[in-house]
Design a protein around this ligand. Sequence first.
Ligand code: C2E
Ligand code: MG
Ligand code: MG
Ligand code: MG
Length: 288
Amino acid sequence: RSKEGAERLYQFYTPEMHAHSVERLGIETELRRAIERGQLEVHYQAKAKSCGTITGAEALLRWTHPVFGRVPPTQFIPIAEENGLILTIGAWVLQQVCRQMVQWKQDGLAPVKIAVNLSAHQLHQADLAERIQAMVGEYGVDPFLLELEVTESAVMSHAERAIATLEALHRAGFSVAIDDFGTGYSSLSYLKKFPVDTLKIDRSFVHDIDVNPASSEIVAAIVALSHSLKLTVVAEGVETAAQLACLNAIGCDLIQGYHFARPVDPAGFADCLRLGRLPGGLPAVGVS
Ligand code: C2E
Ligand code: MG
Ligand code: MG
Ligand code: MG
């Protein structure tokens, strides 16, 4: 930070900000120990077709602290991202996912694609592609069953390196999804700069899709764009049957959200996998 910037910060340093930084310091210190203390868990949120057939899941980190309680990822991931802890945490998440996939396979469950979120800091790691490949190699997990979710801003914050990494991973068989699509700069130029397999439509376009024509027009445009580029399109944050019906009418490929399933622990997701489908699906129409 520049000297001027530091002075400006100091100038506006209020008691509330002090309290905030103390709280933050607490979180930071505790987060460093969270892995070894067994406080972190990976939960899984199903992705499904409109009819409810499960096609995969997203791995989502959960932190339960004995005193703070459940700390939401939106609170601790940005801190881990800033202080670099996300590298350790991210590697741990990937390892947990690989272990889990091996376990589910041993339990006789049909394999589904699992998506893991990668943050900007991870994408800046020069050897990220090698690390990920080594991890799946160690567990014997098929790269085709792993998807990497990245945001446009995370890629663009260190574009050259991130793009090289994503290209290497794509060549190795992993798929790449753009998370929170439609937020950020949306220059779209990256759609031809690096390999993308999936667009995940941000939930800000989904939450009012059934009542706001602007949202449904934007989603329809994203779906059309995705399909003309041969990409899969997923809607995030689908909470109601009305939203699902709109997305189905527009032709969105996959649905993720509380309407079908909340993120659940591995045992809970294994139960879903045994059923193969989620309640609340629309009747499948025609051949499929
Ligand atoms: P994201 O990758 O966009 O994940 C989707 C978020 O939306 C998750 O929040 C999920 O629980 C939530 N969600 C899913 N369906 C619905 C719905 O119908 N309604 C609403 N209101 N929310 C829904 P979560 O688990 O709190 O995670 C927040 C963010 O934290 C994630 O956003 C991701 O950016 C980050 N994150 C979570 N786990 C990881 C991780 O293992 N690594 C990294 N780098 N980031 C992670
Ligand atoms: Mg995600
Ligand atoms: Mg998302
Ligand atoms: Mg999001």
